[in-house]
Ligand binder design. Structure first.
Ligand SMILES: *Cc1c(COP(=O)(O)O)cnc(C)c1O
Length: 407
């Protein structure tokens, strides 16, 4: 089977670029991977999925892979779509599902993007890669680089969650703490390109991470029997996930797999601690201003400037969705509520979506009969600092104080 990719296309001005070689940005803005969807429609049928493993690679006709191409994989399982009736009732969203991406390799959905980006980079002969990261992208990149035998460099803000720091180092990446934000880390990767000879795997600065994240949307469609839900709440940092899912729905419609014309309203959720996309949305603008003094415990949302800002805002608006910032100070409480009412390891980023769901239901933007999906983009366990608590202690060498235990 050949790859169905025809070309790459500038998201800014539609310019065509060659997909047979490794590309980065065009006029400082991202590229789309384009396919011959007529051919895909002709050769790819739903029935073919029955015999394929439950991994993200089952949609390979919609991925930029040729048959003879080696895939760099850690076993990217389809993530479960879990109904959450109890939490839904609390939030006023009775038909609530969480798509639990925390169960992917490296404990976050970043593995989908990095699996594909590293696969393609290696295919094109790259031997050294670098990435600026808010945390999980670096962890995933380091793991896939280790899997592929590539040399990896990771640059992260010095207050990135420690698990992210350690997981990169453990996977053998040269890992550096930077006394700035992810945008400062991005500048280091950009400036080091010539001297260090690395390939820049920054969010959206190469075309393939979107394609990996697109599989979140393909899976969701399959899990809902090709009848998409009404609302998707997505914690938005760089935006690849939201952009990728919106692309997935368009491609599925194009190949005739969706059973209705309805598309979900996409909600880009951010925190009041870092909300550049929400600010641009509220102002009716297509490009976002850098957000000053970005600070949030939801580290994946701490992206003060996103190179794909217009792609996020275009998707949100085309879907009839919205962008919403929830109160930073309440994220920890939403996290506690969500995990204790679902058993799912809901990360702070997804907890922000829990808050957003509650607010949108309260004002009637989400109606009680609507099917709503929250993406749990990462595992709560990776956020040691955010979840740390002082637990009551028991002195087992004295008579037990049962009243203390009972309370
Ligand atoms: C990276 C990340 C996000 C933001 O994802 P984008 O698709 O880049 O917007 C959200 N949550 C977690 C846990 C992340 O690691």
């Amino acid at each position: 089977m050949p790859s169905y990719v025809t070309h790459l296309e500038s998201a800014l001005d539609g310019a065509r670029l060659d997909a047979q070689r490794l590309q980065t940005l065009h006029k400082e803005r991202p590229l789309w991977v384009r396919y011959d969807l007529d051919a895909v429609k002709h050769h790819f049928h739903k029935a073919m999925l029955r015999d394929r493993p439950a991994t993200m690679w089952r949609y390979r006709e919609l991925l930029p892979l040729a048959d003879d191409q080696d895939i760099v994989s850690l076993g990217e399982n389809m993530s479960p779509l879990l109904e959450c009736a109890r939490l839904g009732k609390t939030l006023g969203v009775p038909n609530l599902w969480i798509k639990d991406e925390s169960q992917l390799p490296t404990g976050s959905f970043k593995s989908r993007g990095q699996a594909l980006a590293i696969t393609m980079a290696r295919h094109f002969g790259v031997t050294r890669v670098a990435v600026p990261t808010a945390g999980n992208a670096g962890g995933a990149m380091a793991a896939y680089a280790a899997r592929a035998g590539l040399e990896a460099y990771v640059f992260m803000p010095e207050d990135t969650p420690v698990i992210n720091q350690y997981e990169c180092q453990l996977a053998g990446a040269r890992t550096f703490l930077v006394n700035g934000l992810i945008t400062d880390c991005g500048r280091i990767v950009r400036e080091g390109k010539e001297r260090m000879g690395w390939f820049d795997l920054s969010t959206l600065k190469e075309p393939y991470r979107i394609e990996g994240k697109k599989t979140m949307g393909l899976e969701l469609a399959e899990q809902f029997a090709w009848d998409l839900p009404d609302v998707i709440l997505y914690p938005t940092g760089g935006g690849t996930g939201l952009i990728g899912m919106w692309k997935a729905f368009a491609e599925l419609a194009e190949i005739g797999w969706l059973t209705t014309d309805k598309r979900p309203r996409m909600v880009a959720v951010q925190s009041t601690g870092c909300a550049p996309i929400v600010t641009a949305y509220d102002r009716g603008e297509r490009f976002a201003e850098p957000f000053a003094n970005a600070a949030t415990i939801a580290s994946g949302l701490r992206v003060p400037a996103a190179v794909g800002d217009f792609m996020i805002l275009d998707a949100v608006r085309a879907s009839g969705g919205c962008a919403l910032a929830v109160e930073e100070a309440r994220i920890r409480a939403w996290m506690q509520m969500a995990v204790s009412q679902t058993g799912i390891a809901v990360c702070p980023e997804a907890a922000a979506c829990v808050g957003a769901a509650e607010q949108l239901a309260a004002v009637g933007w989400i109606r009680p009969d609507e099917r709503v999906v929250i993406y749990n983009t990462g595992a709560a366990q990776k956020y040691v600092e955010a979840i740390a608590v002082e637990l009551p202690r028991i002195d087992c060498r004295r008579p037990l104080d049962w009243e203390k235990i009972e309370k």
